[in-house]
Ligand binder design. Structure first.
Ligand SMILES: [Zn+2]
Ligand SMILES: [Zn+2]
Length: 321
């Protein structure tokens, strides 16, 4: 009953936004061929907005009540809000998917002409893997394994770390920090993920659901909460587990260039020997941000544009392996 009401409210909001804002712009610009895409984009935008509001209402009071770290003020956390809005209201991963879809369709058509059937992971065991829930979970696990290795690359490759360091430069980590990334880093990661998703047969609608499911948990992981999730922390990445990935001296150091790289499922860290379940809460950031002699007092920028610019400068100086 309540879900019905919510659904109706959501549909009404989508129709209203589409008819009063999106459609007039589309007609004005002469983009009528993209009317259907624009309608889906409106839905994506509203889902993102609903997600941000819910996360804020849930996590902001929890951070105030049970902080992992006590800060004198929240100065410096505001820039992360910009990143979050840009991502959750923006069309980043969807754009990658939309751009790649026609390319893959063409490739698939070419293969069919040669009597090849395009690959779909959920078709490997008919009657089982094509059950919607099973197929959803299957793709979730496979894409999460991909995320783990992309994240290892972000720490292990010098040029990639030059960009990813921006994510780690937040010394007051909160639930807004998840999307704090270099835009170029986002483009690379999203294109690779979308390409792999298409190659293993993920449908566009399914992709949106997968991204949304992952994002909610990722915001929670960055929250300023020392929660381990108890036994469930062995199944899902908890705020405490991910906080150690951001800890100075642990998250980006050692023989494997860090620990706790998993995005949703910590089993990858256990399997590949990068898990660190120690519960102590350590300061977050990057060692070279510290004043000497521990670090060099490196500046990663306070505002959005300075962070982006400094990231490009680091990239230009990093050796390409
Ligand atoms: Zn990282
Ligand atoms: Zn993080």
């Amino acid at each position: 009953m309540m879900l019905d009401t919510l659904q109706r409210g959501f549909d009404a909001a989508q129709t209203w936004l589409f008819e009063t804002v999106v459609q007039p712009v589309i007609y004005q610009m002469g983009w009528m061929a993209h009317l259907e895409d624009a309608y889906s984009a409106t839905e994506w935008f509203l889902l993102g907005a609903a997600q941000v509001v819910i996360l804020f209402l849930l996590l902001r009071p929890l951070e105030a009540r049970f902080p992992a770290e006590r800060w004198a003020d929240r100065g410096g956390t505001g820039v992360d809000v910009i990143y979050t809005l840009l991502h959750r209201l923006g069309l980043f991963p969807l754009a990658a998917f939309v751009i790649l879809t026609p390319l893959f369709d063409q490739a698939a058509q070419g293969l069919r002409a040669l009597d090849f059937t395009p690959f779909a992971l959920d078709a490997v065991w008919p009657g089982v893997t094509d059950i919607p829930l099973v197929s959803f979970l299957l793709y979730l696990v496979v894409l999460d394994l991909l995320d783990y290795w992309l994240h290892r690359g972000q720490h292990g490759l010098r040029w990639w770390w030059a960009l990813h360091a921006l994510h780690h430069s937040q010394r007051k980590m909160s639930f807004w920090t998840d999307d704090r990334n270099h835009l170029l880093d986002d483009v690379i990661v999203d294109l690779v993920k979308a390409a792999v998703a298409l190659a293993i047969g993920v449908e566009p609608g399914q992709f949106v659901a997968l991204v949304i499911a992952a994002r909610v948990l990722q915001s929670l992981q960055h929250a300023n909460l020392a929660w381990s999730f108890g036994p469930l922390g062995r199944v899902f990445v908890s705020p405490l587990f991910h906080r150690r990935h951001h800890a100075i001296g642990f998250g980006h150091e050692g023989s494997r260039a860090g620990c706790n790289f998993a995005v949703l499922l910590p089993v990858w860290d256990v399997l590949f020997k990068t898990a660190d379940y120690r519960p102590a809460v350590e300061p977050t950031g990057i060692r070279d941000q510290l004043p000497g002699p521990a670090g060099s007092g490196r500046d990663y920028g306070d505002g959005f544009w300075s962070q982006q610019w400094l990231g490009l400068k680091r990239l230009a100086r990093a050796e390409i392996p």
